[in-house]
Design a protein. Sequence first.
Length: 343
Amino acid sequence: MPGRTDPTPSARRIVASSRGRLAGTDFHEAVVAARGELGSPHRAPFPELSERGFAATRTARTVSCLAELFADGQPFGWRLTSRPSHESVAASSRFRSDINVLADVIGGEGSGHQGSTVVSLTGPVSLAADLGLSNGEAVLSDHGARRELAESLTEGVAALSEALRTAVEDESLVIRWLEPHLERALAGRIPTSSGYRTLRAVPRAEADRFLSDLAAACDRLGIDAVLDVDGPLPDPEFGQHFHGVAARPLGRGSAEWEGIAGVVDRGQEAWLGITDVGDEDRTVDTVRSFWRTWRDLGLGAKELSAVTIEEADDLAGLSPLRGTEVHRRSATVTEGLLDLSRE
């Protein structure tokens, strides 16, 4: 399993984090609020505020990380190009500006802080589904184009790491690679541009190579890579390459929990979206239900150090104030589980 053998301070106990997709348009305020609730020992997200426009989305951020590839804006979305466009320049500028804001906030916290920053980007298979070619079809439709895109993304991680390292100082870095289209791409269920047909399935061996190369690149740079398929536990075939995997498991007793136990047994981290985002604060129920499930799986206090707790549902539809409250709940869930584990 890729990843450092000497864990970061925040990885030695159960911690909280967030997928980072939030409402609002004030990025500085979002960073301050997220770090206020999810600062050390937790893992603070690098917020994504898509309400600020196309240049602030996760896709735009990922495009700005590509090495020697670019994209421009079209009515159907982003289109892959070999030259910079107005849209790609805007995306890169916004990303650099956001990183500078993060650096300013961290600098204002004073010396001696030891935190962890989590950046969410789109993985190579899903990015190939999101970006188009000159003919309007998805990059996913062309074997050579998707290979070139995956290689560009893997190569671009080094420059991103350098920029982020300058901003976060001594904090550890995590990149959450979102692959919401992975399973549909493998099953040949991604529609063509016309919508009347579906694209040919991406070979599993090819997807495995793209993901393993990306995870290995992160590992070489000292970055913990987490695979998130936007819901269930990722297929172990792909998840095994990463430092951790993310899932939003169903209720207590579901079969998915056996897979989560397997992740922990393999020495990987499990990022679990279990914090309720509803109006009623159900933190106590969440803690008790999780601990019963954990014990039923034969896991105990020691294995809790492999767990990161986050929200069960997207926070972009909530107000910034409510989003902050959910972050606080996630942190409280970790403290409750620590207390139970000591009994």
